[in-house]
Design a protein around this ligand. Structure first.
Ligand code: DGT
Ligand code: CA
Ligand code: CA
Ligand code: ZN
Length: 565
């Protein structure tokens, strides 16, 4: 798999173009292509071998040629040209939140800063603020961002880790000595970021499984192997731990290695209180084996209902399981439509028809085209006239599509909580999603509250605006937000973009407790993005959301009746 590598190549080109002050549309084209490659479920190397690079959304002929040259030769002349005269440490600086190409260029020109170390030193000694166009606050923010990025270390986004683990499991299933196989650890709990990938298999021939695993083509380096376990690094640096077990203890081992550690510790305490002993080898009374073949057996023997992996964070799930009061969670197959997708009418890379067909193939009953409307130039927001043109195109597609198509729109919540779109335009749309796209620092509560007061706003999109590991987003008083959402019947979104997952799990739970309705949407900017619905649903499950609270799990007519108007 070269997807990450190729995506990085394209992101690097985009950053360098930006540093060099190139045209914005060119820069954006590379970013979009990078995202598409990153999101591909299949190997970009395969598409390349089959001469199908230009069938990747956002990859036109020019970019395809560059990928081709890179995959053939292992390097790209164009990139080398762009880098000429620029120091190699630039990339590390760009990875810091709040430091974009423009600032990197500025720091270099004014202070000769060439890498992260020099940037940190300059910021801490107060040199940055001497640059006239830079505020003292910016300097403080940069110091904070550098420290945050050091703390986080190499964790991976769930959306990307899942693609990898799916692939590993698919490959492993070719080994005939494997009986059961599961991802465990934080990945099975669907945490928003993943430290390493843990995989469990049951087998009578663990040595053969270990051998198969360490010889897989995605493995770059074997860190350690033993008779029943192995750890390796993949080509992108991610670690994968594999353990092979006998069938009899597979359930207790799966329970143990799924964690969380905090959940495990509580489980063991419950066992001890019943004079039993729980370990990865099973549940025992003295030396007598009571349970271990399945997780269900273990929970049952401890007097509890089965707890879904996404809930195992020691946030009250053990108490609820003892009292038989766990909620029935929204299922991965329960979603009937996606209410937030973009097309070429704004900043998406596919047409209305392509998005509708792809959504139809996923088995959805409906989709809501939700392009940017207003003045957001970077997102190519539509004005009133283009909204009407789009409406006519949607009408045409409806005639041949086998899925219901709604016309919605995404509008930007301004710094004052107001919109750059008139109510007259909003009233014509089936669903209006309002979201924050700028001013993403400080407290955003008031802006979101004002947006919810508009009777035309049905959904608040990605409520905090955070990007995982990149920016915190606005602070929200979640009690006030969820109270107002329940009172005004405004739906809160769980945005399924891998970097967003916003609302997050904790805020989802707060929203459910406050009686809000939620929508799990992908905010897809291409067909490929539609598959992120899975991690949005996972986030809903981590927030204990039942199916009844998720509006897009209802059939179309029922769903529409639940909206504000
Ligand atoms: P990660 O990889 O940092 O995203 O998080 P996890 O949860 O996957 O953690 P990992 O890979 O270190 O270990 C996998 C599971 O093994 C973890 O969820 C619970 C279990 N485990 C690991 N260390 C301990 C421990 O010291 N005590 C207990 N009770 N369980 C542990
Ligand atoms: Ca792990
Ligand atoms: Ca691990
Ligand atoms: Zn959007």
């Amino acid at each position: 798999m070269k997807n990450r590598e190729v995506a990085k190549l394209l992101y690097d080109i985009a950053d360098l173009l930006e540093i060099r002050g190139e045209m914005i549309f060119k820069i954006r084209a590379y970013r979009r292509a990078a995202q598409a490659v990153e999101a591909m479920p299949t190997d970009v190397g395969e598409a390349w071998k089959q001469g199908k690079l230009d069938s990747i959304p956002g990859v036109g002929r020019g970019i395809a040629e560059k990928i081709d040259e890179y995959l053939k030769k292992g390097r790209l002349k164009y990139l080398d040209e762009l880098k000429k005269g620029l120091p190699p440490g630039f990339a590390d600086m760009l990875a810091i939140e709040g430091v974009g190409p423009k600032k990197v260029k500025l720091f270099y020109e004014k202070l000769g800063i060439k890498n992260l170390e020099q940037l940190e030193k300059a910021a801490k000694s107060g040199k940055l603020r001497k640059i006239p166009s830079l505020k003292e606050k910016t300097e403080q923010n940069i110091i904070r961002s550098i420290e945050a990025s050091k703390k986080r270390g190499g964790r991976m986004l769930l959306g990307h880790a899942l693609t990898l683990s799916d692939e590993i499991i698919k490959e492993m299933k070719k080994c005939k000595d494997i009986r059961r196989i599961d991802a465990a650890g934080s990945l099975r709990r669907m945490k928003e970021t993943i430290g390493d990938i843990d995989i469990l298999v049951s087998s009578e021939k663990p040595d053969s499984v270990i051998k198969f695993f360490t010889k897989m083509s995605m493995v770059a380096r074997v860190i350690a192997t033993g008779p029943t376990k192995a750890s390796v690094n993949l080509f992108n640096g991610i670690q994968v731990d594999l353990r092979a077990l006998p069938e009899k203890e597979y359930g207790s081992a799966l329970l143990y290695f799924t964690g969380s550690k905090e959940h495990n510790i509580e489980m063991r305490k419950i066992a001890i209180s019943r004079r039993l002993k729980l370990s990865e080898y099973g549940l025992f009374r003295g030396k007598k084996f009571l349970a271990g073949r399945t997780e269900q057996d273990v929970y049952r023997c401890l007097g509890m209902d089965y707890i879904e992996p996404e809930m195992r964070e020691n946030r009250g799930e053990l108490e609820a399981a003892k009292k038989h009061k766990l909620p029935g969670l929204i299922g991965y197959g329960d979603i009937k439509g996606d209410l937030h997708v973009h097309t070429k009418w704004s900043d998406g890379s596919n047409t209305v028809e392509e998005m509708a067909n792809a959504a139809g193939k996923m088995g959805y009953e409906y989709i809501c085209i939700s392009d940017h409307i207003g003045k957001l130039a970077i997102a190519r927001a539509m004005d009133k006239k283009r909204v009407e043109q789009q409406s006519r195109e949607i009408e045409k597609v409806r005639k041949k599509a086998d899925i219901q198509i709604l016309q919605g729109g995404e509008i930007d919540i301004g710094l004052d909580g107001k919109f750059a779109v008139s109510d007259a335009v909003l009233r014509k749309l089936d669903i209006v999603t309002a979201s924050l796209h700028s001013g993403l620092k400080g407290d955003g509560t008031q802006r979101v509250l004002s947006a919810m007061e508009n009777p035309n706003v049905d959904i608040i999109g990605h409520p905090s605006g955070r990007l995982i590991d990149r920016r915190d987003g606005v602070r929200l008083d979640i009690t006030k937000i969820t109270e107002k959402a329940a009172e005004t019947n405004t739906v809160l979104e769980i945005n399924s973009q891998p970097e967003r997952l916003d609302l997050n799990d904790v805020n989802t739970k707060a929203a459910i407790d406050a009686g809000c309705f939620l929508a799990v949407n992908t905010d897809a900017h291409s067909i490929a993005d539609l598959r992120y619905m899975r991690i949005g649903v996972a986030t809903a499950r981590r927030g204990w959301a039942p199916k009844s609270s998720i509006i897009n799990s209802y059939p179309l007519e029922k769903m529409r009746k639940m909206l504000k108007n």
